[in-house]
Design a protein around this ligand. Structure first.
Ligand SMILES: *Cc1c(COP(=O)(O)O)cnc(C)c1O
Length: 438
C-alpha cells in the first residue's frame, strides 16, 4: 500500500496509530448500520452440513474409535470456569460480572482444534460427492463403508491440497489420509515442527515455506489449479469450511439449554473467539447470530502483531489491507492466528454480525495458559487464550458498547463464553515449554 494512502487511513482511523504502537485496543463495529446484503451464503448450508455430519457419524465411529462415546459426532463440552474469575479480575484490573463458560474446542476429537469442525467437514463433503457421483453409495446407506480398502483405493486417485499455519493442515491431513486421499499441506513458516512431523508420519506431503500464511495459501492454490483431480481447500474463501464451523452454533444452543442457561433480552450472551483468517470464528458467529439475534454479542480476539480482521473490517478494505501496511510484523507465538490479511468473504458476512474486535499481547496468552492449566488443569495452546482476554477487554474498554445497548444493568445475568480453540494435540514437551515460558 502506498505511503500516502496509509497516512490517509491513520487520519481517518486514529485507532490504527494505537495499534501501530502496540497498544491493546477494542474496536467497536457499527453493526446495526446498513450493509450490503451478502447473498452468497445462506443458513440452509449450515443445516445441510449438520445433516451430512450425521450421515458420516457411522464412518467416524469406526475410523476414529475415540469418537465412539460421542456417537461419531465431533463436539466439545461447555465448562463453567468461574474459578478463573479472580485471576482474570486481578490480571486485568477489572471487575467481571456474569457467568464464565469455556467452550472446549481444544478437546475436539480427531485433531484437537476448532479446525476439526470445518476442515474435516469439507473433506467429508468432497468424499461424499465423489462416492455419489461414482454410485458407490446412496444417501441412506450406512457410511461405515467409507472405512474400507475399496473406498481407500478409490479415493487414492484424488488429491487434496491446503495452505495452513498448522492446525487446518493437521485436520485435513488426518481425515484426508484416513480416507485414502493423497494430501498435500502447504505450511507457512509459523507452523510448528511437531505438526509437520505428525503429518508426514501419516503419509501426508508437507511443503514448507519461509514466508507467512498468505503465501502458503497462494502457492497451494496455484499448484492445485494445475491438477483436475486435486481439490483445493481454500481457507480464505471456502463456504464448506464456513458451514462446517457454523454447525457449532446449533450444538451450542442445545448445550446451553441442557445446562439451563437462559439467553434472552435480560440474559445476554457474550462470545469471544480467537481469529486468524476468520473462517472458524466467522462460521461460529454466523450460526450464533442466526439463532440468538440481538441477544448475542460477538467479539473476535487477535494478537497485537496480527489484527488483520480488525483493520480489514474497520477500514472496509478487508483483504486489501495487511497488518504490514500499518507497520506490524505478523509475528506471534499464537501460530493459529498469525495471519496478516483477513478473508474478504468472511469479513463481508461479519459486517452486520460481530460487535467488535480486540487485540491481546502474547505475554497475556502465556500468563493465561499457565492460569488455566494451574486452576482448571486444562491445557489450551497460546492461540486459544486470545478468547480469555475478551471479557477483560470488554469491561476495560467497552463501557461505550454496554451503554449503547443498555446492557450495564444486565451484566450480572450475562453469560460470557470463551471459545477455546486448540490444544489437545500439543505434545507434552511442547506443553512444558509453553508452561515455562516467561
Ligand atoms: C485456526 C485457528 C484459529 C482461528 O481460525 P481462523 O479460521 O484462522 O480465523 C483459532 N485458534 C486456533 C487454535 C486455530 O488453529
Amino acid at each position: 500500500m502506498e505511503k500516502e494512502r496509509v497516512n490517509q487511513l491513520y487520519q481517518q482511523y486514529p485507532l490504527l496509530k494505537e495499534m501501530a504502537s502496540l497498544k491493546c485496543v477494542l474496536w467497536l463495529n457499527q453493526y446495526e448500520k446498513e450493509h450490503e446484503l451478502v447473498e452468497a451464503f445462506t443458513f440452509d448450508k449450515v443445516l445441510e452440513a449438520e445433516q451430512r455430519l450425521k450421515r458420516f457419524s457411522s464412518y467416524l465411529k469406526v475410523a476414529f474409535p475415540e469418537t465412539e462415546n460421542c456417537d461419531g459426532i465431533i463436539e466439545s463440552e461447555i465448562k463453567d470456569i468461574s474459578s478463573l474469575r479472580h485471576w482474570m479480575q486481578h490480571i486485568g484490573d477489572v471487575n467481571i460480572q456474569g457467568k464464565l463458560l469455556l467452550k472446549c474446542d481444544h478437546a475436539l476429537p480427531i485433531s484437537g482444534s476448532i479446525k476439526a469442525r470445518g476442515g474435516i467437514y469439507e473433506v467429508l463433503k468432497f468424499a461424499e460427492h465423489l462416492a455419489l457421483e461414482h454410485q458407490l453409495i446412496r444417501l441412506e446407506d450406512n457410511y461405515s463403508i467409507f472405512h474400507s480398502e475399496s473406498f481407500r483405493k478409490f479415493f487414492n486417485q484424488y488429491k487434496i491440497a491446503v495452505g495452513s499455519t498448522g492446525n487446518l493442515g493437521l485436520s485435513i491431513g488426518m481425515i484426508g489420509a484416513k480416507l485414502g486421499f493423497q494430501v498435500t499441506v502447504h505450511m507457512s513458516a509459523d507452523a510448528k515442527e511437531w505438526k509437520k512431523q505428525l503429518l508426514r508420519h501419516k503419509g501426508v506431503e508437507v511443503i514448507e515455506y519461509a514466508s507467512d500464511y498468505s503465501k502458503a495459501v497462494e502457492e497451494g492454490r496455484k499448484q492445485a489449479e494445475l491438477d483436475p483431480k486435486c481439490h483445493f481447500i481454500d481457507d480464505e474463501n471456502s463456504q464448506d469450511l464456513f458451514s462446517g464451523y457454523a454447525v457449532a452454533a446449533l450444538r451450542l444452543q442445545k448445550q446451553l439449554k441442557d445446562a439451563n442457561i437462559i439467553i434472552d433480552a435480560n440474559h445476554p450472551l457474550f462470545v469471544y473467539l480467537p481469529c486468524g483468517v476468520g473462517g472458524g470464528p466467522g462460521g461460529v458467529a454466523y450460526g450464533l447470530k442466526q439463532l440468538y439475534g440481538e441477544h448475542v454479542h460477538i467479539f473476535f480476539g487477535e494478537p497485537l502483531q496480527s489484527p488483520c480482521m480488525l483493520i480489514g473490517m474497520m477500514t472496509g478494505l478487508h483483504d486489501n489491507i495487511s497488518v504490514v501496511d500499518i507497520g506490524l510484523n505478523n509475528k506471534t507465538e499464537a501460530d493459529g492466528l498469525a495471519v496478516g490479511r483477513a478473508s474478504k468473504f468472511v469479513g463481508k458476512i461479519m459486517e452486520p454480525i460481530i460487535s467488535g474486535c480486540y487485540t491481546v499481547d502474547d505475554t497475556f496468552l502465556f500468563e493465561s495458559l499457565r492460569a488455566l492449566n494451574g486452576i482448571e488443569q486444562i491445557f489450551a495452546e497460546p492461540s486459544a487464550h486470545a478468547g480469555v482476554y475478551g471479557p477483560i477487554s470488554l469491561f476495560k474498554r467497552g463501557q461505550q458498547y454496554l451503554n449503547r445497548y443498555q446492557l450495564l444493568n444486565k451484566m450480572e445475568q450475562a453469560t460470557h463464553l470463551i471459545w477455546s480453540t486448540g490444544g489437545n494435540m500439543v505434545p507434552m514437551d511442547q506443553r512444558q515449554q509453553y508452561l515455562q515460558k516467561i
